[in-house]
Design a protein around this ligand. Structure first.
Ligand code: ADP
Length: 305
């Protein structure tokens, strides 16, 4: 079972003929409101792959509360993963023009109200899982608590530091698996994407992280695939699958879910990475993220092709 320190965002988008200007009120041709958030996407992608998923998600007490509950029920998640907090549910608004150009703003709202105490309330459930995963759409304090609880029981922890911010040393000390994209790796000073893509050995910053106790560090590079670093082994390269990508939103979440599923299966890293890349590729073949995450059966069929 995987336990996700979750985040939840209602992503609203309006299709417009051109992006609006300050002070302007523009008519849109279509409106879409989709559940998302990195934590939710990761949880959902893992669930689609057949993993038993539990977690904790902070949501507001607003017009979206019933929507969150019905969404969880619809995708097959228990609503006992939800923790209500005062304020607004995480939400974002985007304008998209016919060329695909967009401008957007996201307010994480209640996601930022998740506390270490909330996590402590879930300690028995969290400590009954095989892997605990978190993204940076949650604040440091609850992640720190969750990873400390995990470490105390020898449970593996996976951190996807997205959207990127400085790594809290206490979180890092209790992280066993770090998965991040090239932009995040560069922001965290782990090395230029080209250097990582062609690495024959870990960059000094990556080597330092591995010496600090990380079991596995994976940098995803979009169409260039991914590179995995482990202590004492040369980097392992995983090419991306050639697919007709239409929308790369959710690729990273699907990749991480595939990685988790493979690791929990106890498979060799080569096969785990292949499966993760297949999940990432499949997620790019459909619009949006929600319907794009592959099922275990779709993944198997894709890998057999
Ligand atoms: P993020 O979505 O977090 O920015 P990436 O863009 O690096 O992450 O994508 C994660 C993984 O998904 C990649 O390592 C790759 O395996 C797969 N992937 C992403 N984009 C494509 C694509 N256009 N074609 C095939 N696979 C892709």
């Amino acid at each position: 079972r995987v336990f996700v320190i979750g985040s939840f965002v209602i992503a609203c988008s309006v299709k417009v003929a051109r992006l609006p200007q300050a002070g302007e009120s523009l008519g849109g041709s279509a409106f879409l409101a989709e559940p998302g958030g990195k934590g939710f996407n990761l949880a959902l992608a893992a669930h689609r792959l057949g993993l038993d998923v539990d977690g904790i998600f902070s949501v507001g007490e607003d017009v979206f509360s019933p929507v969150v509950r019905s969404t969880f029920a619809r995708v097959g998640f228990s609503t006992d993963m939800l923790v209500p907090h005062a304020g607004s549910t995480g939400a974002g608004v985007a304008f998209i023009d016919p060329t695909g150009e967009n401008c957007l703003a996201v307010c994480l709202g209640a996601n930022l109200a998740l506390t270490a105490e909330d996590v402590l309330d879930f300690a028995p459930r969290l400590q009954g899982s095989d892997l605990v995963a978190a993204t940076f759409e949650s604040p440091d304090a609850p992640i720190r608590e969750a990873f400390a609880l995990s470490r105390a029981r020898g449970i593996r922890t996976l951190l996807n530091p997205s959207p990127v911010r400085a790594l809290d040393p206490a979180i890092l000390a209790d992280t066993t698996i770090l998965v991040l994209n090239a932009v995040e790796a560069a922001e965290l000073g782990l090395g230029h994407p080209d250097r990582i893509a062609e690495a024959r050995s870990a960059t000094p910053a990556i080597a330092a992280l591995l010496d600090g106790g990380l079991e596995l560090l994976v940098v995803t590079l979009g169409v260039r695939g991914a590179v995995a670093f482990r202590p004492g082994s040369p980097p392992l390269r995983q090419p991306a699958f050639a697919v007709a990508a239409v929308d790369t939103v959710g690729a990273g979440d699907a990749f991480a879910a595939g990685l988790i599923a493979g690791l929990l299966d106890g498979r060799p890293l080569e096969s785990v990475l292949t499966q993760a890349a297949a999940c990432g590729a499949l997620a790019t073949c459909r619009f949006g993220a929600l319907d794009a995450f592959p099922s275990a059966r779709a993944l198997e069929a894709f890998l057999e092709e």
